[in-house]
Design a protein around this ligand. Structure first.
Ligand SMILES: NC(=O)c1ccc[n+]([C@@H]2O[C@H](COP(=O)([O-])OP(=O)(O)OC[C@H]3O[C@@H](n4cnc5c(N)ncnc54)[C@H](OP(=O)(O)O)[C@@H]3O)[C@@H](O)[C@H]2O)c1
Length: 430
C-alpha cells in the first residue's frame, strides 16, 4: 500500500465532527476502498476547549485555521468552516495555491467563487471537490459529472433545501400555519444560523448555481439566480393547491438552451402525482434530464452530520484514488459565461390568491382586471376568510406571461375591494 494521505480538518461543527467520526469508525473500510490510509494530521476550530463529543487528542491542534494551508505534510485541506468569504475563502485559495487539494462543503463559497477556485486548482494541478455542498446524501455532483457525462443535459431541478421541505410538508399534513411550523423548526434546530438562507431560498440558490456549472459547463453565476422563498405561503395556499390538484414545493430549476441559462428558485405548484411531489420532510430530491437518459431521479437526505460528512469523505477517497480531474468536469478555462434568462421571460400558468371584501361584484371586478391584462382563468374558488365579511379568491390561470401576470396583479391590487397585496405562485408543468 502507498503512503497515507494526510488531511487537515478546518472546522469542527456538525460536519467536521461527522468527518472525524467516519474517518475513525470506517478506517479499515476506507483504506481498502481508497487504496491508502486517510490520516487526520491536524484539526482546527475557534474554540480549543469545547467538548465536541469526540477525542481530538490524537491530532495536532492548529490555533489559526488559515495556517492549515501551510502545513508541509498535509495533502488535503477540508474546509468546513462556512461563509462565502472570510477565513474559509482565504484558506481555500491558499490551500490550492500551496499545491494541496481542497475538499469543502461550503455551498456559499463555491456558488460565489467556484470559477476562481476551479482555475486555481487547475493551475496548481490539484483537486477541488465539493460533493457535500449540494444535497449531501445524494452523490449528485458525481452522478452528473461522471455517470451522465455522455449526455447533453437539458435541465436539472429539485428540492434542495430540507428545512423548507419539512415546513411545507407539515403545513399540509398537520394543518399548521407558517408561524407554527417556523417555531417548530426553530426549536428543532433545523434552521441555518441565518434563517434567511433557508426561508428566502438563498441556500437552495447556492446549490442551484453549483449544479448549473456541473451540468452545463457554465461559470458559477449566483447573482443571476432568481430567488423567492417560502415566507409568503399560507395554509390557505396549501389547501387551495390540493383542491386544484397541485402540491407546493420550493424548487430550484436550471435550464441551459442555446447559450442562455435560466436559474430560478421559488415556490411552485406542481402536479400532486409527480414523484418529486411525494418527497416529504427533510428529504432532498433531484431530477436530471438528458438527451440519452431521458429522465433520472435521485432522493436522499440533503443535510445533517451523517449525509454531509459521508459526501466529504467520498471526495477524500476519490482524491486518494488519484481522481484529480477538473472541478467542474471540464478545464476551468473553458467554463463559459452564459447569457442569463430573466424571470420576466417566463411563460406558464399561475396561481393567485386575493383577499377582498365579500361584496357584490367582487368576482366581476377581479375577472375584468385579469381580462384587461390578457390573463384567462382555468379554475377559480372563493372561500370565506377568517374575518367575517372578507373572502379569499383563488385562481389558477391558463398559460400566460410573467409580465401579463404582474400587470394583472397590479390591476387587482388597485381595486378598492382588495385588502392586501395579491400573492402568486408559478405553476410548473414538469
Ligand atoms: N450542517 C449541514 O447539514 C451542512 C450541509 C451541507 C453543507 N454544510 C456546510 O458545511 C460547512 C460547515 O457547516 P456546519 O454545519 O458544520 O457548521 P457549524 O456547525 O457552524 O461549524 C462551523 C465550524 O467552523 C468553526 N469556525 C468558525 N469560524 C472559524 C474561524 N474563524 N476559524 C476557525 N474555525 C472557525 C467553528 O468553530 P467552533 O466550533 O469553535 O465555534 C465550528 O467548529 C458550511 O459551509 C455549511 O454550509 C453544512
Amino acid at each position: 500500500m502507498s503512503t497515507p494521505l494526510k488531511v487537515a480538518v478546518a472546522g469542527l461543527g456538525n460536519v467536521g465532527v461527522g468527518v472525524v467520526k467516519i474517518l475513525e469508525q470506517h478506517k479499515e473500510l476506507i483504506k481498502e476502498r481508497a487504496g491508502r490510509e486517510i490520516q487526520i494530521a491536524a484539526v482546527s476550530a475557534r474554540s480549543k476547549t469545547q467538548d465536541r463529543g469526540i477525542d481530538l487528542s490524537p491530532y495536532a491542534w492548529v490555533d489559526n485555521a488559515a495556517d492549515m494551508a501551510d502545513i508541509d505534510d498535509v495533502d488535503i485541506v477540508i474546509e468546513l468552516i462556512g461563509g462565502e468569504d472570510g477565513i474559509a475563502y482565504t484558506l481555500s485559495q491558499n490551500t490550492l495555491k500551496n499545491v494541496k487539494s481542497l475538499v469543502t462543503a461550503n455551498k456559499a463559497m463555491v456558488a460565489h467563487h467556484g470559477a476562481v477556485l476551479a482555475d486555481l486548482a487547475q493551475n496548481n494541478g490539484v483537486a477541488l471537490r465539493y460533493e457535500a455542498a449540494v444535497a449531501g446524501g445524494i452523490p449528485i455532483i458525481k452522478a452528473i459529472g461522471e455517470g451522465l457525462a455522455a449526455n447533453e443535459l437539458t435541465q436539472v431541478y429539485g428540492i434542495m433545501n430540507g428545512t423548507t421541505n419539512y415546513m411545507l410538508t407539515h403545513m399540509e399534513s398537520r394543518g399548521l400555519s407558517y408561524d407554527e411550523i417556523l417555531d417548530e423548526v426553530t426549536e428543532l434546530g433545523y434552521l441555518e444560523a441565518d434563517p434567511a438562507l433557508d426561508l428566502d431560498g438563498i441556500d437552495a440558490a447556492h446549490k442551484l448555481a453549483i449544479l448549473s456549472s456541473v451540468a452545463f459547463g457554465t461559470k458559477t453565476d449566483f447573482k443571476n439566480v432568481y430567488i423567492e422563498g417560502i415566507r409568503k405561503i399560507a395554509g390557505i395556499d396549501i389547501d387551495n393547491a390540493k383542491e386544484f390538484g397541485f402540491r407546493i414545493k420550493l424548487l430550484g430549476m436550471t435550464k441551459y438552451e442555446n447559450g442562455t441559462l435560466s436559474q430560478r428558485v421559488h415556490p411552485v405548484m406542481i402536479d400532486r402525482n409527480l414523484p418529486i411531489a411525494s418527497v416529504m420532510d427533510g428529504f432532498n430530491a433531484l431530477v436530471v434530464d438528458g438527451d440519452y437518459i431521458d429522465r433520472t431521479f435521485y432522493q436522499g437526505r440533503g443535510a445533517g452530520e451523517g449525509p454531509t460528512a459521508s459526501a466529504v469523505v467520498a471526495d477524500l477517497i476519490d482524491i486518494a484514488r488519484g481522481h484529480t480531474g477538473a472541478a467542474f468536469y471540464k478545464p476551468a478555462s473553458t467554463l463559459v459565461d452564459a447569457e442569463p434568462v430573466s424571470i420576466n421571460q417566463r411563460k406558464g400558468e399561475y396561481y393567485i390568491r386575493i383577499l377582498a371584501n365579500d361584496e357584490t361584484g367582487v368576482m366581476a371586478d377581479i375577472t375584468s382586471a385579469l381580462k384587461a391584462s390578457g390573463v384567462s382563468i382555468d379554475q377559480m374558488k372563493q372561500k370565506p376568510a377568517e374575518v367575517q365579511g372578507k373572502v379569499y379568491v383563488a385562481i389558477a390561470t391558463h398559460e400566460t406571461t410573467e409580465t401579463a401576470l404582474r400587470d394583472a396583479i397590479n390591476r387587482i391590487n388597485e381595486l378598492s375591494v382588495v385588502l392586501e397585496p395579491t400573492m402568486s405562485i408559478r405553476i410548473e408543468k414538469l
